[in-house]
Ligand binder design. Structure first.
Ligand code: HGA
Length: 607
């Protein structure tokens, strides 16, 4: 959330800063702004809403200057207005900030008592004033920043610009990501490698507490004790070309359709098909000693983790705890030796999940991460890095990253089972075979796109929608409901099918569509009984099952979606497709902003 770019350049920077923001827009689109220094003065443009509004401003009133900072905002403190948009200016200092300054209130009170005037409601502005006060009192930019940083509680990635020192930007990081980039006669700073990709591939990731003085011909990094340090300069490998939608109407639609390919790509790293073996990237601990797995994640990644709990327990017979990351640290979980703590995050930067990871590390757990960005903070802090190869996911509602997470987690479950001696060679070979069938089965699921589009009118007018499933299809019901909420703004809930009669069934009437996920198999009869209980009360059912299941239970449903008949292990990967497509088509029917739904952003870097 909130994206930052900074350039200490040799020529005008406004357009390049804007292009950098465009690459970070998935992080927030409440407002955006750019500030440069020109002729000893700050020049700033800010606009409410999406980046196009800022582009219009820049076109109407060009922004000069060859040093500048830029920001795209996901508001935490203060409404998404122009006044609250970054960059914030206090006297000789301008800044952009990603994160939350948790002690902003006492700092603000102190600064107001000192006669300083605030122009926004943001927590970020206090930092600008704190540094400005030090500079006005005669400190150099470096001294001022070094004095102020220890006073800030919470999470931040900040870039500071100084009116009277137009040859530098100072960046600082604690809890939110920040990268410095090395160019030819100019240098950069950005929230991630993607933002800097067209400018440079040579980057260094700042570590927790680091801050950096970025000048045209040098970057000096300091650690939290203000000691000069070197951080490794690496090739970012991030794509410099802008990712396009191609023939698709939305990124989300494109990403849904990419799934068979990216799942196949991901699985390539986790199975050796000819040998009939599952595999993992290199790691340096004994998987067979793992006696408990603690899974921690947020949102869609959490639901991938819920599915994995079924797999780890069923195949490896290892007990699994699972928590949403924002709860994990604060409930004082009991973490015993021999535990593997597993963190799942598309961006690898999710603030709650990252904090949970560090907590688990302190408690002596071995750390595994499933992330889509292999250079992310989580990736860098893991003992076992399990990358998904979904490629950049632009749609804010996660789709392909989710099914790639499921693929990796299924392979991890099998690896764990093998390490624990719970899997015969034949069983392992069979698992590999089933995993290899997943991309083709997902293709078959995608063939129902048109039918599903034709059902959107059944759901679009609803105020509430329920999703039901059992076993691993229960988290899939939760995920289906989340997708619908995220992009169509319809209230939706997922329930374990058997739980309906313990309360939610009271909601049922003929205005509430009920989506039932029920692949034929051991749990089918039970789910169908729960479905009949709903139907008996007038519920309108859309049943998602295979030919066998639909033949048995499809009668009387308002609609059915036929999935290929698949092994229960890969059913979640396949059943993800129709729930994603249904949410997508309902959102299109309602005319919402599918790729940038209201109030949401990707890469959730605030707690
Ligand atoms: N707290 C700041 C920055 C918000 C942010 O980083 N969101 O992800 C604000 O509200 O402007």
């Amino acid at each position: 959330m909130c994206g930052i770019v900074g350039i200490v350049g040799r020529e005008a920077v406004a357009q390049r800063l804007y292009d950098g923001l465009k690459r970070l827009e998935y992080r927030g689109y409440d407002s955006a702004g750019i500030c440069t220094v020109q002729g000893g003065e700050f020049e700033r443009r800010r606009a409410e809403g999406k980046l196009d509004n800022l582009a219009r401003q820049l076109a109407a009133e060009a922004l000069h200057g060859d040093v500048g900072i830029a920001h795209t905002r996901w508001a935490t403190h203060g409404a998404p207005t122009v006044d609250n948009a970054h960059p914030h200016i206090a006297g000789p200092v301008a800044l952009v900030h990603n994160g939350i300054i948790e002690n902003f209130k006492p700092l603000r009170d102190e600064l107001i008592a000192d006669g300083r005037k605030f122009l926004s409601e943001t927590d970020s502005e206090v930092v600008a004033h704190l540094v400005a006060r030090e500079v006005e009192n005669g400190k150099s930019p470096t001294e001022a920043v070094a004095t102020v940083l220890p006073r800030l509680h919470g999470a931040f990635a900040i870039a500071f610009l100084f009116k009277d020192h137009p040859d530098q930007i100072i960046g600082a990081r604690m809890g939110a990501p920040l990268t410095v980039g090395y160019g030819e006669g100019e240098n950069y700073l950005g929230s991630d490698a993607l933002a800097l990709a067209p400018l440079t591939q040579k980057i260094a990731y700042l570590e927790e507490g680091d801050w950096a003085v970025v000048k045209r011909d040098s970057i000096q990094i300091y650690d939290r004790a203000n000691k000069p340090v070197n951080r490794e300069i690496v090739e970012s490998g991030a794509l410099a070309t802008r990712i396009e939608k191609g023939n698709y109407r939305h990124f989300m639609q494109k990403e849904i359709f990419e799934q068979p390919i990216v799942v196949a790509q991901t699985l390539q790293s986790y199975v050796r098909p000819f040998e009939g073996k599952v595999a993992l990237p290199d790691f340096d601990f004994d998987l067979s000693t793992v006696n408990r797995v603690t899974i921690v994640a947020c949102g869609t990644s959490f639901y991938a983790g819920m599915v994995a709990k079924y797999w780890f327990e069923q195949f490896a017979r290892v007990p699994v705890d699972i928590d949403v990351a924002s709860e994990f640290r604060y409930r004082q979980p009991v973490l015993e030796p021999g535990g593997l703590a597993l963190f799942i995050s598309q961006s690898g930067e999710t603030a709650d999940t990252l904090a949970a990871l560090r907590h688990a590390r302190e408690e002596g757990q071995t750390i595994a991460v499933v992330v889509n960005v292999p250079t992310s903070s989580m990736a860098r802090e893991a003992d076992l890095l399990l990358p998904t190869h979904a490629g950049p996911e632009i749609g804010v509602a996660s789709t392909k990253a989710f099914t790639c997470q499921l693929s990796v987690l299924a392979a991890l479950a099998a690896n764990l089972a093998r390490a624990k001696g719970r899997l015969t060679e034949d069983e392992e070979r069979e698992i590999v075979e089933h995993l290899r069938e997943a991309p083709e089965a997902m293709n078959q699921a995608l063939n129902h796109d048109e039918d599903i589009a034709g059902m959107a009118h059944l759901v679009a007018p609803a105020r509430d929608v329920l999703y039901l499933g059992r076993g691993p299809d229960y988290p899939m019901a939760l995920e289906g409901a989340l997708k619908l909420k995220e992009i169509s703004y319809i209230h939706a809930e997922g329930y374990a099918a058997g739980e309906m009669k313990h309360g939610p069934i009271a909601l049922i009437d003929d205005l509430v569509p009920v989506i039932v996920l029920a692949p034929s198999g051991p749990l089918f009869e039970k789910t169908v009984s729960n479905m009949q209980e709903v139907r008996a009360r007038g519920g309108k059912i859309i049943l998602i099952s295979d030919a066998k299941g639909l033949a048995e239970a499809g009668e009387g449903c308002v609609a059915t979606i036929e999935m290929p008949e698949v092994h229960p292990l890969i059913a979640p990967l396949v059943y993800a497709v129709p729930v994603q497509l249904l949410a997508y088509h309902v959102a299109v029917a309602k005319g919402t902003d599918v790729d940038q739904p209201r109030n949401l952003a990707k890469s959730v870097t605030v707690e």
